[in-house]
Design a protein around this ligand. Structure first.
Ligand SMILES: *[C@@H]1O[C@H](CO)[C@@H](O)[C@H](O)[C@H]1NC(C)=O
Ligand SMILES: *[C@@H]1O[C@H](CO)[C@@H](O)[C@H](O)[C@H]1NC(C)=O
Length: 261
């Protein structure tokens, strides 16, 4: 009889274990997925891979919400109107299957970062200058002495911030773009997360515009000296059309600085 009992227990355990694995995790999404400001509305949508009776939404260290479902929808939506500071943070969702009491694992977390215009925007500066040649090291400095805890550098036209830095003693950070190329041209702005509020963000500050001009191909031995006119010189195309060979083809050759004629 003992082997029979063991087999029964083992069988029960296997069924229970496989059931737990059969409740697929939901996924959570935020709408709009960025740029939510204090006072705005937002929605957290829990996507359900199976028919659910109940859906829970949890906020880390905060409230939890739940929703009973009657309709056969594949998502449960949690609407928030007139967003407050307390809504900023990390969220998860979870559901209970309709036909049984089984509960899914929690979804991956989603972070709601709220822009709070009560914080002053950061300052920005750019070195050495806004118009530079390919290969220059460019430093963008952002600061806000009183509130900035970590700074983000944004480039217009890109959705994600490109860098993220902790400030020095005077509340400033330096983002260095090493050996810039024309692809680094564009408009840059900073924002910061205020001290003690990692899920709040300051508004974007003033912008700086970087323009990276391509390095002209190294001049051939028999070319007259280059001239730099106020308008971009047309000579560049003549120079680049020269056959590349020997020293003239070496991209790393030091190019003499053009002089004004
Ligand atoms: C850019 O910075 C790197 C690393 O500090 C340095 O090795 C390089 O010489 C710098 N380039 C220029 C053009 O200043
Ligand atoms: C941040 O929190 C610490 C400790 O809770 C507090 O001493 C400090 O004053 C707070 N800073 C700001 C800027 O609110």
């Amino acid at each position: 009889m003992a082997p029979m009992a063991v087999a029964l227990i083992l069988g029960w355990w296997l069924v229970a274990a496989s059931r737990a694995q059969q409740v697929p995790r939901p996924s959570l999404s935020l709408h709009p997925n960025q740029g939510v400001s204090l006072g705005d509305t937002f929605t957290l949508r829990c996507h359900l891979p199976r028919l659910a009776a109940w859906v829970w939404l949890y906020q880390e260290g905060g409230l939890s919400y739940y929703k009973g479902k009657e309709k056969e929808e594949n998502a449960a939506e949690f609407f928030f109107v007139s967003t407050e500071r307390e809504h900023a943070g990390r969220y998860w969702c979870q559901y209970r299957v309709s036909e049984s009491a089984e509960v899914s694992m929690k979804s991956d977390p989603v972070e709601l970062v709220l822009t709070d215009r009560n914080f002053p925007p950061p300052h920005i500066s750019l070195h050495p200058e806004e118009r530079v040649r390919t290969g220059t090291n460019v430093t963008i400095r952002c600061w806000n002495k009183d509130y900035g805890a970590t700074f983000l550098l944004h480039k217009d036209g890109r959705s994600a911030p490109i860098q993220h830095l902790v400030p020095d003693d005077v509340g400033a950070v330096s983002f260095t773009l090493f050996g810039v190329t024309p692809a680094d041209s564009g408009t840059y702005r900073c924002s910061y997360h205020p001290k003690n509020y990692s899920f709040l963000s300051s508004p974007l500050g003033d912008s700086v515009t970087l323009e990276v001009t391509p390095t002209p191909a190294p001049p051939g031995r028999y070319l007259p000296p280059m001239c730099l006119s106020p308008a971009p010189p047309m000579g560049g195309s003549v120079i680049t059309s020269l056959p590349h060979g020997g020293d003239a083809g070496d991209e790393h050759t030091q190019v003499p600085v053009p002089h004004r004629c």
